[in-house]
Design a protein around this ligand. Structure first.
Ligand code: MRU
Length: 349
């Protein structure tokens, strides 16, 4: 697509078949993997080879084509294809984009594989366009709110960049836009235990972009926000409920609480595809519980005693009352002041 020509990172693409960047290998190795069947896609999603809400939406959409092609090869009937699509849809529970992207492409199943691929490409294209727009609107809002003319000191958590989307980024899209305007001094990157999406992926992206950054332990974030002159925190989202409660990577809530205490803006940057009007509030969001061993060790090495079990929720929910700004492609909702995501669609913001 012409408008996507300038994308340097494309985590999910179709090139005679589904090709993913294997994000588990970064930053050491930029390796692409070809996904030949549904089981391989589900494993890639669960192992976080592909991850981040909008990227999961694109992977789910292309996954429908993977299922159709596998079905044709192996003589599946329609029911078996639908069953495979359902498995993809539910491979991870928290990011609403996975179900949304899969459903969009699945709605074209009856029209054949070309129609499914067309729909999946549209999911990707629209995500890039939405991310570009919300990045501009988010940057405008932050600069207006912060008020001073100096470059900003920012905190981000997890990875909400090109790797987590169709190739532009939400929270890192805002950071990139601020950088383009010469308004970023430094980004504090939370390492994001236990799988290190911040230290491995966000730091890699910022390095590629030449944006000054420091990687810090997640537990350093509140202190940094209170005592290191931080101007704002910008994070992504996996699902935003109708009341603005926001599920994002575990540890986001601590960032939001620290921002509230410090009186600095806490921004969630997410396309409207991540807003789920059918989920009334955060209590209805299914939080993925991952393998306890991911937190009972560091990388391949076990650090906790053999008899100690781990507790490993992959996401937390930040109450909407702590979300100063929800930056979407339709506008910015000041949720903590009572503006609801639904008002973005009604145009009443
Ligand atoms: O477990 P992950 O790496 O898929 O979690 C990703 C996040 O929490 C991101 O912040 C979120 O999906 C937004 S991506 C634009």
């Amino acid at each position: 697509m012409p408008e996507d020509d300038d994308l340097k990172v494309r985590p999910v693409r179709w090139q005679d078949g589904l090709v993913l960047i294997d994000q588990t290998r970064l930053p050491g190795e930029l390796r692409h993997v070809r996904i030949e069947d549904v089981d391989a896609l589900i494993e890639a999603i669960r192992s976080l080879a592909v991850r981040g809400a909008p990227a999961l939406g694109v992977a789910g959409a292309y996954g429908v084509a993977v299922a159709l092609r596998q079905g044709a090869r192996e003589g599946w009937d329609g029911g078996r294809v639908l069953e495979a699509v359902e498995r993809i849809r539910h491979a991870r529970p928290t990011a609403v984009n996975l179900a949304r992207g899969t459903d969009r492409a699945a709605a074209r199943l009856a029209d054949g594989v070309d129609a499914v691929l067309e729909e999946a490409a549209a999911v990707a294209r629209e995500d890039v366009a939405a991310n570009r727009r919300l990045s501009e609107l988010g940057a405008d809002w932050l600069l207006a709110r912060i008020g001073h003319d100096r470059p900003l000191r920012l905190v981000t958590h997890c990875n909400a960049g090109a790797l987590a989307t169709a190739g532009w980024g939400t929270a890192l899209g805002v950071v990139r836009e601020l950088h383009r305007r010469g308004r970023v001094e430094l980004v504090y990157v939370d390492e994001t235990r236990p799988l290190l999406q911040g230290a491995r992926l966000t730091a890699w992206e910022l390095e590629q972009e030449g944006i000054a950054h420091l990687v810090q332990a997640d537990s350093a974030a509140p202190s940094t926000i209170l005592y290191q002159g931080v101007d704002a925190a910008v994070v992504g989202a996996d699902r935003v409920a109708a009341n603005g409660d926001t599920a994002n990577k575990i540890g986001t809530l601590g960032v939001a609480l620290a921002c509230a205490r410090a009186g600095v803006p806490f921004m969630v940057a997410a396309p409207t595809t991540t807003v789920d009007a059918a989920t009334p509030d955060g209590s209805a969001i299914h939080i993925e519980l991952r393998d306890p061993d991911e937190v009972a060790g560091f990388g391949a090495a076990r650090t906790a005693p053999a008899g100690s079990a781990g507790f490993n929720p992959a996401f937390d929910v930040t109450p909407g009352t702590l979300v100063d700004a929800l930056a979407t492609e339709l506008g910015v909702a000041e949720v903590s002041r009572g503006e609801l995501p639904g008002q973005l669609w009604s145009g009443s913001l």
